[in-house]
Structures are given as structure tokens and as C-alpha cells.
Design a binder for this molecule. Structure first.
Ligand SMILES: *Cc1c(COP(=O)(O)O)cnc(C)c1O
Length: 514
């Protein structure tokens, strides 16, 4: 307070705007960290004084209060509701994040997942009391086998990257069973791959040999043959690839890999482009994860967990992990133990993400085979509509080539503007759009990868396209401020992303008492 009694502004939080007293912008309320608002003396629950008891903590006993933020119940509720309003989501608007398949999550899925029999099921209850849950796992596995044309499926992996690990562990086990464990330890990974691919290979002790993509954005049989050798265990290839293109030579690549005694791991994160059109099993794939949270619409990103079942060819099926569901007469059994089999073991404590299984099966059954095929066709149509509507202004690295479910642009068209892909993306935030994926895949300079999915109406796509066209014209007209200053209207302005990545501050420390 100053001498006239005018209060000083509350300090902490570097607010996006300091023109208001509170730092809030209208009803978008500036929210401090819970450790800053919480007080050690406040609590949302009343606990009765404990009756006298003998402590068994010994030297571990302490009278000091834990440094937990104390809040009343309304304060705690407000804290999280306010934070949630700063969170962009597919329920709030178009979310064109390439490679992530941010599609609408039908509310029917949520209704099914909340049925008490599914929501309250416990992984440790006897399977005789969870036959319905096992039936869901079996039905989903069957549907995924039909769509992939593969022999077996491991349901327990909990994300795409976890599925990659599962598939590569099956490959490693198959190679060890052939007695080649010591000699085959190289994974071929194209330069355009998602970072999880080389990371997975490295994690299980393989070394990575990279395969270049051609000028058309595809990996060629020749490039793969040139990299194949007796030390190669597997290739990890994404199809459609991360440039949004179908790998035209995939069948020839699969043959070359098999002839060389190696296995074909397909990254199936982009399955949304080909469901009902192409079966990976027919292409010669040995293992492929399916991101249920992408292709089959379960909330992901900040909104929920993933699930990454892995489809396996007959060559790899014997090495699949436990547990798996087996039908014995009328009953379903969860096979938990691997002894006496070739299974490589176990990926996770229980059977996988039950809530995601229910949502994915609900999506599959409510669409039907024809509906799923149409969803893929619409996803591809939407991406090509975006591509064709922008390619007079923005540059596409692979020319006029028709794309699959995502449209890729590079930054050549920004060359004379002095602006970068990042500037363009930040300006989109001011327009109320989550940016597309930027600077990925790495093979394309200043990449902008737009995946609209099948969920968007034509009106919604048109509004998005018009926004990008307006921004593109502004960039070319030299309206630099609109980009370099952006985002102006977000809760936070432009962040120092390099510093945030290199020197992350992950722990809040209490400022010294004044
Ligand atoms: C999303 C994605 C992954 C990883 O999946 P997560 O579920 O995020 O672990 C792997 N590869 C590609 C191409 C992806 O788009």
C-alpha cells in the first residue's frame, strides 16, 4: 500500500498482461502456482485428533509440517478450473497437430467407458468376475486383427512408443531364438522417422543405421538394399510416412528385408489414413503398433492416457508378451505366465488400458466397417483440401503430389519475408488456432505438418484455410509485427523455448521469507 492507501499489485506470476491490477484479462484469470496460493495452515478436510497411540516410525517421526500447499475445497477447485481454461483441447477448437490425429472423441465412447461394470473393474479381481471386460479385450483384438490382416496382437502396451518397444522386443526374441542374437543388432531407420523409433532401437541395445529418403519423400528399395547387411535385425518404417505420403515401394522393401533375414517393424501411428483400405499384413509387415488414442479416438495429449496394441505376423506371434486373453470353452482366461513358451515376457503389470479399450471398441462398433473406411477417406480428403487450398501461397516440399491424411509445407515461401515457421505458428495462436506440427519431419526445412482429421466440417476447414491464407498474405506484405510479436493474446507471450529445453526449472523453491 502506498501513503494514500492505494494497494500495490500482487507480485508473483509474470502475467501476460500487467495492465490490470490482478494480472487477469477479463474473465481469463491469471493463476499463480498452487504452492504460491496455498498456505500451510489451510486445509479442505477436517481430521479428528488421533487417539493416543504409540508411534512405530522411530527416528523417521517428524513434527514438521510437510511443505504441501493447503487450500480450502473451493480454492482447490478454482485453481484447477482456472488452469484448465488455459488448456487448448479438441473440444475447444480445431487441432491440426500433424502426426497426432487429434480427432473428435465421440461422447458415446465416454458413456460406454463410464458404465460401472467397466469404470469400476479392478485389475486384481478374479477373472471369473470380469468376463465382460475380457470379452471387450477379445472383441477389440479381433477387430484390430481384421483391420491389420495380421496373426496375433499384444494388447498390453500403453502408448505408441511402448508398442514400438514391444514389437522390437518380439523381434529381438525371435532373432535370439535363431541363435543370431550376437550378430544381428542393427535397426534401419529412415531419416524421416519419428524420434521414438531410433530411441526404441537404442533402448533395447540395437544400433541405428539411417536410410535416406528420395526426392519424392519416399524410401526406395535400392536405399534399403544398400543398407541391408547380415548385422541388420529390423527396419522401422512408418507408413504412411511422416511426410504424409504412402510408401510406394513398401512391398519391395518388405521382401528385401525378409530375404536378408531381418524383420519389418511398421510404425502404425498414421493408420488413420488407411483403415479399411490397406491391410499392413498384406504389405509384408511383421509388427505394427496401433495408437488407439489417435486412430480410434480416445482423448490424448493433455486429455488422457494412450494405448498401443501391437499386431504381429505369424513369424513373431510365438514371442508375444503375456498377458493375453484365451477362450476356453465358454470362459475367457487371462494367460499370465510365460513359462514353457517363447513369449519374451511382460510389458506392464496388468493387461493394458481398459478405459481406452472400451472407448476404441465403442468407436469401432459405432462406425462399422464402412464407417471406418469412410473416416479414413474423409481424413485424406480433408488433408488434400487443405493442401490444395494453400499451395498457391505456401510451398510444398514434394510438389503437387496427393497426400494421405496430413499436408506438409516447408518454409521456402517465407524466404523473403524474414519470418520463420515458428513466427507463423505463433501468429496462429492469436487467431485462436493451435499451431500445426512444426519442424517435423526433420527432412523438410521449416516443416509445417497439418492434419485436420475427418472430424472437421467443410465450414470449419474453410475458416481455418481462410485464416492461414490471411496470415500468408500478411507475411508476404511485410506485416512483420503480427508475427514477431505473437502471441499477443495468449496467457503467456513468446517463451524462450531453447532455454526452457536446456535449463528446465522443474522444482519450485520457496522464496526466502521477507
Ligand atoms: C505419435 C507417434 C508415435 C508415438 O506414439 P505415442 O503414443 O505418443 O507414444 C510414434 N510414431 C509416430 C509417427 C507418431 O506420430
Amino acid at each position: 500500500m502506498n501513503r494514500e492507501g492505494r494497494p500495490t499489485r500482487p507480485e508473483p506470476a509474470e502475467a501476460g498482461s500487467r495492465t490490470t491490477f490482478t494480472g487477469a484479462r477479463g474473465l481469463d484469470i491469471e493463476e499463480a502456482l498452487i504452492f504460491e496460493t496455498g498456505r500451510l495452515d489451510a486445509t479442505g478436510v477436517d481430521i479428528e485428533e488421533a487417539a493416543p497411540f504409540a508411534s512405530r516410525l522411530g527416528a523417521l517421526a517428524s513434527d514438521a509440517a510437510p511443505e504441501l500447499p493447503g487450500l480450502t475445497e473451493p480454492e482447490a477447485v478454482r485453481h484447477y478450473v482456472r488452469l484448465s481454461r488455459d488448456n487448448y483441447s479438441i473440444d475447444a477448437g480445431l487441432y491440426p497437430l500433424g502426426s497426432c490425429t487429434m480427432k473428435h472423441n465421440p461422447r458415446l465412447n465416454e458413456k460406454m467407458a463410464r458404465l460401472p461394470g467397466f469404470a469400476d473393474v479392478h485389475p486384481l479381481q478374479p477373472t471369473s468376475t470380469a468376463q465382460g471386460a475380457l470379452a471387450v479385450i477379445e472383441a477389440l483384438a479381433d477387430a484390430l486383427l481384421v483391420m491389420t490382416g495380421m496373426s496375433a496382437i499384444a494388447m498390453s502396451p500403453k502408448a505408441g512408443a511402448h508398442g514400438e518397444l514391444c514389437g522390437m522386443m518380439a523381434i529381438k526374441a525371435a532373432i535370439a531364438a535363431r541363435g543370431e542374437g550376437a550378430t544381428r543388432h542393427v535397426a534401419l531407420v529412415p531419416e524421416s522417422a519419428h524420434g521414438t523409433n531410433p530411441a526404441t532401437a537404442a533402448l533395447i541395445g540395437f544400433s541405428v543405421r539411417s536410410v535416406p529418403a528420395g526426392d519424392d519423400g519416399n524410401v526406395s528399395v535400392e536405399a534399403v538394399r544398400a543398407a541391408l547387411a547380415p548385422d541388420v535385425a529390423a527396419i522401422m518404417l512408418t507408413n504412411p510416412n511422416t511426410a504424409g505420403l504412402f510408401e510406394r515401394q513398401i512391398v519391395g522393401i518388405a521382401e528385401a528385408v525378409r530375404e536378408a533375414g531381418a524383420y519389418f517393424y511398421c510404425d502404425g501411428a498414421n493408420f488413420n489414413a488407411i483403415v479399411g483400405k490397406t491391410r499392413p499384413g498384406d504389405l509384408g509387415v511383421d509388427a505394427m503398433h496401433i495408437n488407439l488414442h489417435k486412430t480410434f479416438s480416445t482423448p490424448h495429449g493433455g486429455g488422457g492416457p494412450g494405448a498401443g496394441p501391437v499386431a504381429l505376423s505369424s513369424r513373431l506371434a510365438p514371442f508375444a508378451p503375456v498377458p493375453f486373453v484365451r477362450r476356453e470353452g465358454d470362459a475367457l482366461r487371462l494367460v499370465e505366465h510365460a513359462e514353457g513358451t517363447e513369449s519374451f515376457g511382460r510389458m506392464s503389470a496388468f493387461h493394458g488400458q481398459m478405459g481406452m479399450f472400451v472407448r476404441a471398441l465403442s468407436f469401432i462398433l459405432s462406425h462399422g466397417a464402412d464407417g471406418l473406411r469412410q473416416a479414413s477417406e474423409d481424413a485424406v480428403l480433408s488433408a488434400n483440401y487443405v493442401r490444395a487450398s494453400l499451395n498457391d501461397l505456401m510451398s510444398a516440399p514434394f510438389g503437387e503430389r496427393i497426400c494421405m491424411h496430413e499436408a506438409l509445407f516447408d518454409d521456402r515461401w517465407l524466404k523473403d519475408t524474414g519470418l520463420s515457421t515458428l513466427d507463423f505458428a505463433k501468429a496462429m495462436i492469436d487467431e485462436g488456432y493451435h499451431p500445426m506440427t512444426v519442424y517435423f519431419p526433420l527432412i523438410v526445412h521449416g516443416a509445417m505438418l497439418i492434419e485436420p482429421t475427418e472430424s472437421e466440417s467443410k465450414a470449419s476447414l474453410d475458416r481455418f484455410i481462410m485464416t492461414l491464407r490471411d496470415l500468408a498474405f500478411a507475411a508476404k506484405a511485410g506485416e512483420r509485427e503480427r508475427f514477431t510479436a505473437a502471441p499477443v493474446y495468449a496467457p503467456r507471450r513468446r517463451l524462450d523455448e531453447t532455454r526452457a529445453a536446456r535449463q528446465p526449472v522443474l522444482r519450485w523453491t520457496r522464496p526466502p521469507a521477507a
